[in-house]
Design a protein around this ligand. Structure first.
Ligand code: F6R
Length: 251
């Protein structure tokens, strides 16, 4: 693993996804030990975290890391999909992580997607995060347009959990998880950028050549406030773990 010099957010280039997943799993395990198993994780969906979840499931099965007191908060969820829809983020998390481990069913939290009084439900969700003591360790992926969670470009850096209109490029990128591209919802609920910045540690995984242009804009460009990933410049403990393909334009 190589640390990239002179980046506005600490950035590590890994040979492949595996060492990044092992490193992040080690970090979670260390915090878990330090806090006697009572930690709060912020989690992401998408392609980037699948290997990390596989590594954590392996550790649960082989080394018995106990998740029964761990609380999780997912970054985002689509509006308008039934919870058991295979492309819902709840379904994703159960398939890749929760159903293979011993998470307490009441310890896994997803942003509210109710149609009535959504704003109040979002405020209660934020209060639940605070009541759990805040997020100790937050995992993020990054969209090709620089989104984090579903905070699309232009989202204020102090935004809180709310409903958001998905960018067409995001709908297109995520259509791979749906049988039909028209099925991709137009709206989602996402933790705000301010909510994300409140987490104690932020760790971003970005793999593959499709992430290279946005990483070049963020890590070699100006502090453009319209790019959500740039918000991490303001966090005292944020780091990016990227592979060589994603680092290809960083020189
Ligand atoms: C998913 C999420 C998104 C993804 C991003 C990258 O919960 O919050 O911000 O992390 O779209 O997705 P992948 O990893 O599929 O490239």
């Amino acid at each position: 693993m190589q640390s990239l010099p002179d980046t506005p957010i600490p950035t590590f280039v890994v040979d492949s996804q595996e060492p990044a997943n092992v490193l992040l799993a080690d970090e979670i395990a260390a915090i878990h030990t330090e806090h006697a198993g009572r930690i709060v994780l912020g989690l992401a969906t998408g392609s980037s975290p699948i290997g990390l979840y596989r590594e954590l499931v392996r550790r649960f099965q082989e080394d018995w890391i106990d998740f029964s007191f761990v609380q999780t908060f997912n970054l985002d969820e689509y509006m308008g999909l039934p919870a058991d829809h295979p492309a819902s983020y709840r379904a994703f998390m159960f398939e890749h992580f929760f159903e293979h481990t011993n998470f307490g069913p009441r310890h896994v939290h997803f942003p509210p997607t109710v149609t009535e009084d959504l704003d109040a439900a979002c405020s209660r969700w934020e209060e639940t995060i605070s009541a759990c003591g805040g997020i100790d360790w937050q995992l993020l992926g990054v969209g090709r347009n620089g989104h984090i969670g579903f905070n699309e470009p232009g989202s204020p850096f102090d935004s809180r959990t709310r409903r958001i209109e998905l960018a067409e490029s995001t709908r297109t990128a995520n259509s791979r998880f749906f049988q039909d591209a028209d099925e991709v919802p137009h709206q989602a609920v996402t933790m705000g950028i301010g909510t994300i910045l409140d987490a104690k540690r932020l760790r971003v995984l970005a793999f593959g050549e499709t992430k290279a242009p946005i990483l070049e804009r963020v890590l070699r460009g100006d502090d453009d406030p319209s790019i959500p990933l740039n918000a991490l410049r303001r966090h005292p403990d944020a780091a990016l773990y990227i592979d060589a393909a994603a680092a290809a334009q960083l020189g």
